[in-house]
Every structure is written in C-alpha cells, then in structure tokens.
Design a protein. Structure first.
Length: 151
C-alpha cells in the first residue's frame, strides 16, 4: 500500500538524516528530504508533513548550500498561507530572500500579505515584519507608509 511505502521511506530518511547531519553532508540531506517530500505529497497524509520537508529543504539550501533561488521555491512550498510558526517563518524568509535579491516590490507584497495573517502582536516576528516593511518603504521614500510600520 502507498502509505506503507511512506512509512518505509520516512524510516530510511530518518536513518540517513542522522548520518548526513553528523558528516555535514547537506547536499545529500536535501536529496533525501526531497524523496520524503515527493512520497508524502502523493500520499493521503496531512499536507503539513510534506510542508515540513519543503521547509527543511529550503533551510539547508539557503543556510548551508547558499542556493537562495532554489531555497525560495521550497520555502514557498512550505507556506500554506496559515499562521503556524513554520508557515510564518517560511513566508518571512521568502520576503528576506526577495529583499536580498534586490526585489523590494516583491518583498513588500509578501510582507503585506504576511501582516494580514494572525500574528501575535507580542511576537518577535510581528515586530520584524513591520520593521522590514518600514525599512522597505523608507528605501522607496514612501515616508508616510514607513512611519506606519515603525510605530
């Protein structure tokens, strides 16, 4: 059955994960995570399971492999548009990648969408979202918009 295959693949991924993390073989780690992602994507398992692997792929591609364009795609796949910490992190990270890739318009669009989600006003992410928006508006010399987010 397909779900039995999923369990086997995830078990294998778990074993290899420890090996690759110990040896800091992040390229191989990404390969096995992609395998887990594709198996989960085809299964009847909840979407958040495949999104977790998409997030891990994006994380390693960005931080360890410096493949920001690829990381951006995987981080977008991991964001289901909800308000889980992982989804919020992924969306914020994509905005940062857009900003670093000199695409401020895309970063603003993503941050505005993110600001519309349920983000606790007491969280550090809430502060970061509005600081980033303020900074991006400031760079575009949209002073009134910048001030709204710096408050």
């Amino acid at each position: 059955t397909p779900d039995k295959d999923v369990d086997l693949v995830l078990q294998l991924v778990g074993e290899l994960k420890r090996l690759y993390e110990r040896s800091k073989d992040y390229a191989s780690l990404v390969v096995i995570y992609k395998r887990a992602y594709s198996v989960l994507k085809k299964s009847s398992r909840p979407k958040n399971e495949s999104r977790t692997y998409a997030y891990l792929i994006g994380y390693h591609q960005s931080f360890h492999l410096k493949q920001n364009d690829k990381a951006r795609i995987w981080l977008m796949r991991s964001d289901g548009g909800g308000s889980t910490p992982q989804e919020l992190d992924a969306a914020f990270w994509v905005a940062k990648l857009d900003r670093n890739a000199n695409k401020p318009g895309m970063a603003i669009k993503r941050l505005k969408e993110l600001a519309g989600r349920k983000v606790s006003k007491n969280s550090s992410l809430y502060v970061q979202i509005h600081f980033e928006l303020g900074t991006l508006y400031h760079l575009k010399e949209k002073w009134k918009s910048a001030l709204l987010h710096y408050r």
